[in-house]
Design a protein around this ligand. Structure first.
Ligand code: NAP
Ligand code: MG
Length: 464
């Protein structure tokens, strides 16, 4: 893997201020594939200065000019589709076909969506005797995780640049290579120097320096609730804007009238894809008591197709592997019934965890409450619709979910009562234009589409 031995700051690859590096490991074979510089507060400061200097010029460009640069970015990413997929497979471990179809194609589509949105977005509106201008917020500090490494970068950087903001990105330490590829694509797309800057590094050093920097106007963070809550406290004390995309424990509610086999099979695939490292994964399957045994049998059979090293990749690192195996052990200790997988590592090498399914899970169990972030599904029985709703809404999270029913209106009525930001009805497809974000401790703020753009704008009202 090719890696830059530098930071991308002010339109060029520049040597880091310090000499520390981060080793990038392939989680499938535990081999070091590259090293990248570990940024220091001095690097973050240089990047924020560059973003600040570039802001007035970029904020003043016409939306059509920004749209042209975003189209060029989409094209530059599309030209690197295979390189992106291979890079994500190498540093995250996901199967190549998944890297192509999801880790590469989704961010390419999202980058393009902002060029399209800019063509019609109204940055000015009339309200009575006022004209309301929607103006860019300023310098954005973006901190991203490793699970959908390019998607999470593009979901912040594309709308921020579309709004007229400038950006400093601190990507996850586990997946810095695709972030470097992204910086190359930005460079090719002809964005002015300083509009986008990349500082690779550790969360506690570079990430914290970015979140605390006095000259950052908005911090957008995706990752754990623990770190997000700290970032929100820091941003709150400084009275700066913050957007948080945090964890989830989403419910897949299968109502008695649903096509049970389809709902269970899609539900298992949803949890196992990306090795369960998906914040919006439907990790709790809720099934009516009368259909419970049948659903468990279907899920057990479906999980057997997810063979480690084949359809299911490793977890990102040894720490996540140990964490997920610990949760599986805890599920067994708390009395849940293991029907597929288990805590033993399925392969000698690589950070793999077996596709795991628990039956007889009760809502109070740890595995029914905490985000595991691995290929682990919990199946919970419910007595009636009211019970299903109580269970579905009974966690601190509210990011996503699914409802299945024979009748679409029945599913919609249930979905409207769920405390969550997104619900897929009878297997509805991912929509890159729909707002994505959480209720409760899953965070606040929305990404994607026009709602994602609005996060990076504030209003100024002129009265006449
Ligand atoms: P994390 O620590 O929250 O990491 C997310 C990002 O924040 C990374 O870029 C990280 O840098 C950075 N960071 C860490 N500490 C920071 C700090 N004090 N100030 C500023 N930035 C900081 O998440 P993780 O450790 O990778 O994963 C732990 C758990 O978080 C997972 O098991 C999962 O439950 C959850 N998670 C959720 C999502 C999601 O999409 N909502 C994504 C990933 C993880 P480093 O890379 O150097 O740590
Ligand atoms: Mg971390």
């Amino acid at each position: 893997m090719k890696a830059h031995d530098a930071m991308y700051i002010d339109g060029a690859w520049r040597p880091a201020a310090g000499t520390d590096t981060i080793a990038v490991v392939n989680p499938a074979d535990e081999q070091v594939i590259a090293t990248v510089p570990a940024g220091t507060p001095a690097d973050v400061d240089a990047a924020v200065r560059a973003a600040r200097a570039a802001f007035p010029g970029w904020a003043a460009t016409a939306p059509a000019e920004r749209a042209a640069r975003l189209t060029a970015l989409r094209d530059a990413l599309a030209a690197r589709r295979e390189e992106i997929a291979e890079t994500v497979t190498a540093e995250l471990g996901s199967p190549l076909a998944f890297s192509q179809a999801v880790h590469a194609d989704v961010p390419i589509a999202v980058a393009g969506s902002y060029a399209t949105i800019l063509a019609t977005h109204a940055f000015e509106e009339k309200v009575g005797n006022s004209t309301v201008h929607h103006e860019p917020v300023g310098v954005v500090g973006a901190i991203t995780p490793w699970n959908y490494p390019l998607h999470q970068i593009v979901a912040k950087v594309a709308p921020a640049l579309a709004a007229g903001c400038t950006v400093v990105l601190k990507p996850a330490e586990d997946t810095p290579l695709v972030a470097q590829l992204f910086a190359e694509a930005i460079d090719e797309a002809g964005f002015p120097a300083g509009t986008f800057n990349l500082v690779t590094g550790l969360g506690l050093v570079a990430g914290q320096a970015l979140a605390e920097h006095a000259d950052v106007d908005l911090v957008s963070f995706t990752g754990s609730t623990a770190v997000g809550s700290r970032i929100a406290a820091t941003a709150g004390a400084a009275v700066k804007r913050v957007a948080l995309e945090l964890g989830g424990k989403s419910a897949n509610v299968i109502l008695p009238s649903a096509d049970l086999a389809r709902a269970v099979n899609v539900g298992v695939a949803n949890v196992m894809s990306n090795s369960g490292q998906t914040c919006s994964a439907w990790t709790r399957m809720l099934v009516h008591r009368d259909q419970y045994d049948q659903a468990v049998a279907l899920a057990t059979a479906a999980a057997a197709k997810y063979v480690a090293g084949g359809r299911i990749g490793p977890l990102v690192n040894a720490k996540q592997q140990a964490r997920v195996r610990g949760y599986i052990e805890q599920g067994v200790e708390e009395g849940a019934r293991l029907v597929a997988g288990g805590p033993e590592a399925p392969l000698d090498k690589g950070y793999y965890v077996a596709a795991t399914v628990f039956a007889d899970v009760t809502p109070d169990m740890t595995i029914a409450q905490e985000e595991i972030f691995g290929p682990v599904l919990s199946i919970l029985p419910y007595e009636d619709e009211a019970d299903a709703l109580r269970i579905a809404n009974g966690t601190v999270y509210g990011l996503a979910g699914a409802v299945w029913a024979g009748d679409q209106d029945e599913a919609v009525a249930f979905a409207r009562r769920m405390d969550t930001g997104q619900v897929d009805i009878n297997g509805g497809r991912f929509n890159p234009l729909a707002p994505f974000g959480g209720y409760k401790q899953s965070g606040f703020g929305r990404e994607l589409g026009a709602h994602g753009l609005a996060e990076y704008l504030h209003t100024k009202s002129l009265q006449f």
